[in-house]
Write a protein that binds this ligand. Structure first.
Ligand SMILES: Nc1ncnc2c1ncn2[C@@H]1O[C@H](COP(=O)(O)OP(=O)(O)OP(=O)(O)O)[C@@H](O)[C@H]1O
Length: 260
C-alpha cells in the first residue's frame, strides 16, 4: 500500500468493507469509490448505513473487513494487524485530509464564533494565532457571518451555528468534506441558508464532497453523482437527473415515491 497517490487514483476507495455492530451487519462487502473533486450524495432509507459510511471515513468507527483508502492512505498501516489497526499517528494523518459537518453543530459554547473557527488550526495544525485569525475571518465572510465573529453560539440561530460549523471544518483545509444530514436539526425556514453555503462550496471549490441528506432537490442540484443506498449496499447510482427522473431499480422508485 502506497502513501503517494497519483492524480488518477480515486480520492476515496472502499474495497470489500464490512462493518458490524455486534450481530447487526451494516455494511456488507461494500465497494465504493469517489474521484478527486467529485460531489457524491448518498440517499436512502433511515438505518440503511449512510452515516456509518461517513463515520468510518472520519475514523470515528472501526470496521471489520476489507480495505479503505483515502488519498492513497490506507486505514490500516502496511504490516498492521487488520483493518483499522493503525497507530494514532497514522489515523491523525488520515484525519488531516477530511472534515465533517454533523447534524448537530457541536460548537464550543464557551468560545466566540471566531475562536471556534481558529482553535483547531492553532492546536492541531500549529498555525500562528494571527494566521489562524485571518483564515477564520475570511471563512466567516464566506459563510456570511463576518459580523458575528464576537458572538457566542447561544446568540446565533441554528442555521448560523451550522454555517460556523462549516467554516470551522474548512479552516482545517481538508481535501474531503463530509456532510451528515447538515440541515436535519434546523427549523425549515433556516434550511435554505445552510444549503446555499454548501451549494456555493460544491459549485466553486475542487473539494471532494460526500453528502448524506434527505433534501432531494438539493441532492439533485449539487451532486455529480447520486447513490441510492439500501441495507448496506449501493443499489443504484448515477447522474442525479437520471436517478430522480428515471430510476431503474424498483427499490429506488419506491423510495423516491415515498419522499418526493
Ligand atoms: N453505535 C452503534 N451501535 C449499534 N448500532 C448502531 C450504531 N450506530 C449505528 N447503528 C445501527 O446501524 C444501522 C445503520 O445506521 P446509520 O446511522 O448508518 O444509518 P443511516 O442510513 O445514516 O440512517 P439515518 O438516515 O436514519 O441517519 C442502524 O440500524 C443503526 O441502528
Amino acid at each position: 500500500m502506497t502513501d503517494t497517490p497519483s492524480s488518477t487514483d480515486p480520492c476515496i476507495r472502499f474495497s470489500n468493507v464490512s462493518k458490524r455492530f455486534g450481530t447487526l451487519t451494516v455494511l456488507d462487502d461494500f465497494n465504493f469509490t469517489v474521484a478527486p473533486g467529485e460531489k457524491v450524495t448518498l440517499i436512502g432509507p433511515s438505518g440503511s448505513g449512510k452515516s456509518t459510511v461517513l463515520r468510518i471515513l472520519m475514523t470515528l468507527e472501526p470496521f471489520q473487513d476489507g480495505v479503505l483508502e483515502l488519498k492513497g492512505l490506507s486505514y490500516h498501516e502496511p504490516g498492521g494487524h487488520g483493518p483499522f489497526r493503525a497507530s494514532e499517528k497514522h489515523l491523525r494523518k488520515i484525519r488531516g485530509h477530511v472534515g465533517m459537518v454533523f447534524q448537530s453543530f457541536n460548537l464550543f459554547p464557551h468560545m466566540t464564533v471566531l475562536r471556534n473557527v481558529m482553535e483547531a488550526p492553532i492546536s492541531v495544525l500549529g498555525l500562528k494565532r494571527d494566521e489562524a485569525e485571518a483564515r477564520a475571518v475570511e471563512l466567516l465572510g464566506m459563510v456570511g457571518l463576518a459580523d458575528k465573529k464576537g458572538h457566542f453560539p447561544s446568540q446565533l440561530s441554528g442555521g448560523q451555528q451550522q454555517r460556523v460549523a462549516i467554516a470551522r471544518a474548512l479552516a482545517m483545509r481538508p481535501r474531503v468534506l463530509l456532510f451528515d444530514e447538515p440541515t436535519s436539526a434546523l427549523d425549515p425556514q433556516l434550511v435554505g441558508e445552510v444549503l446555499g453555503v454548501i451549494r456555493t462550496l460544491a459549485h466553486e471549490h475542487d473539494l471532494t464532497m460526500l453528502l448524506v441528506t434527505h433534501e432531494m432537490r438539493f441532492a439533485r442540484e449539487v451532486s455529480d453523482r447520486v447513490c441510492f443506498f439500501d441495507k448496506g449496499k449501493i443499489v443504484e447510482q448515477g447522474d442525479p437527473e437520471r436517478i430522480f427522473t428515471a430510476p431503474e431499480h424498483a427499490r429506488t422508485r419506491e423510495f423516491l415515491q415515498s419522499v418526493l
